[in-house]
Design a protein around this ligand. Sequence first.
Ligand code: ADP
Ligand code: ASP
Ligand code: MG
Length: 439
Amino acid sequence: MKKVVKFGGSSLASAEQFMKVGNIIHADEDRKFVVPSAPGKRFDKDTKVTDMLYACYDLAEKNHDFTSEIAKIEKRYQEIIDGLKLDLDLSQEFDKIIDNFKKKAGTNYAASRGEYLNGIIMANYLGYEFVDPAEAIRFNEAGVFDAELTNILLAKRLEGVERAVIPGFYGAMADGKVVTFSRGGSDITGSIVAKAVKADVYENWTDVSGFLVADPRIIDKPQGIEMITYAELRELSYMGATVLHEDAIFPVRKAGIPINIKNTNAPQDEGTWIVGNTIQKSKYVITGIAGKKGFASINIEKDMMNAEIGFGRKVLQVFEEYGISFEHMPSGIDTLSVMVHQSEFEDKEQKILSGINKAVSPDSIEIQSDLALIAVVGRGMKATRGTAGRIFSALAHANVNVRMIDQGSSELNIIIGVDNDDFDTAIKAIYAIFVETRL
Ligand code: ADP
Ligand code: ASP
Ligand code: MG
């Protein structure tokens, strides 16, 4: 058996956390490939090392002095080294980093040093080989991850390697220029490594005992999910359940490697299994609820628009011209709404409105801002009647005004639009009707 284990930032935020991780790795000799994140928050108001690096590089780029900022970062690592009583000196590494910051090595390079340094410490602590992902995780010249080439290079690099530490979050272009994934991207690295070494399991260790039915910051002690499919998980993580990066399932999905989300602070808990398919029913009709705030809706009205061929395309083309992707597009006979991220839309608002006016001469255009989208996801919904109705009545009882509803054709999810202010109330109401009352 071969297991790839990825540890998130909070699992590696201090020497104490490192020791828990060491115990977990030593408890199972199949845990051969370790993917660490950068040190995360030690307490609620703490700052992640990745964020400290971004801020520090920002100063460097503006030619400001960053001595005290980099010293704070060095101190975080030194505390871990001292706490673990390691014979390791990172001062030369820091000299190199400072030098490269002064040479404007780039934001991606700067951010990547968080996992790079943590990887060096982890390899030293475990006595495992250190493998720099810049050698084998490849991005093309446009900065896009090259999955196929990476798999070849990494499989070759790890051939014959019994145990290794491979830092998360970054890789490099052919010329060696470092590129990072988007935030939370160490999850993707874990998945890439699992595929390359043909692992039996990809364990993703974090600070919760698996995927929960809803965000624990909104619902007090939500129920856990024992088993979830890749498809369900993608819907939920895309919609804000950030436990696992939404792109982390692609490498393992094809290879059929299951992911097990586990808790570093409660390793005895089974956690959540993420699998391709299962005949196991979820405990409730729904598997999970997630959501995001900050959407705007552009509602276009025109009599007989449904008879006007190309109407939708012309509208969407305006958004495309301004580089805005749309999230949802519910429509009626004479109305069409386009939901977009408010932050992307705000600056270009008037240009887009005039573009739509020119393109399709609508009778009216109305815009709504400060909307939230909530995804109710579950493989069990297909076989159950009246799920949308129950959601509606729960929201009505909670006095939440539903702005939009959209059921995906796969019947795997129902998306509901509500006002930002109603976000928490809506999630609580949906959770209560499906989970607390077990309908
Ligand atoms: P890591 O640093 O280990 O990568 P993350 O912060 O990326 O951890 O993800 C874990 C966090 O995700 C949890 O601490 C929790 O606050 C948050 N979270 C949001 N939605 C959910 C959910 N549905 N189930 C579990 N955790 C969730
Ligand atoms: N350290 C990176 C971040 O904070 C990557 C990760 O933790 O997965 O986003
Ligand atoms: Mg994460």
